[in-house]
Design a binder for this molecule. Structure first.
Ligand code: SF4
Length: 114
């Protein structure tokens, strides 16, 4: 089973509109639905916090402390498809930084649930 890390938009999550930390990303991963090709094990769930600079070191710390390197990093659907978009680091830019610095493939989005 693939080991994955999920990064959610912390600002959106904190505002409580049915945030991704509740179930959507986790259900999609466990069921192999949405952007997950097969049931996957979520080994880290990192909350981005404005302006987004801490995501990379936080992901690194999660991998270090858990001693599990994820096979893929997923940007949550609420982050990858944010409307209005992130005023700081856009999802594409964040994905590029994470992919370049970690060498781990980054997938845009997690689920299609409403
Ligand atoms: S920097 Fe952007 S993606 Fe990160 S928490 Fe703030 S608004 Fe969300």
């Amino acid at each position: 089973m693939e080991k994955v890390a999920v990064v959610g938009c912390g600002t959106y999550m904190d505002q409580g509109y049915g945030c991704p930390g509740e179930w959507r990303c986790l259900k999609a991963a466990s069921q192999g639905e949405g952007k997950f090709e097969a049931p996957s094990s979520v080994v880290a769930f990192v909350k981005c916090q404005c302006p987004g600079r801490a995501v990379l070191p936080t992901l690194g710390m999660a991998a270090k402390l858990s001693q599990i390197k994820p096979d893929k990093i997923y940007l949550s659907s609420c982050l990858a498809g944010a409307l209005p978009g992130c005023p700081y680091t856009g999802a594409e830019e964040l994905a590029g930084i994470l992919q370049e610095k970690t060498g781990i493939k980054v997938i845009m989005g997690t689920h299609d649930y409403h």
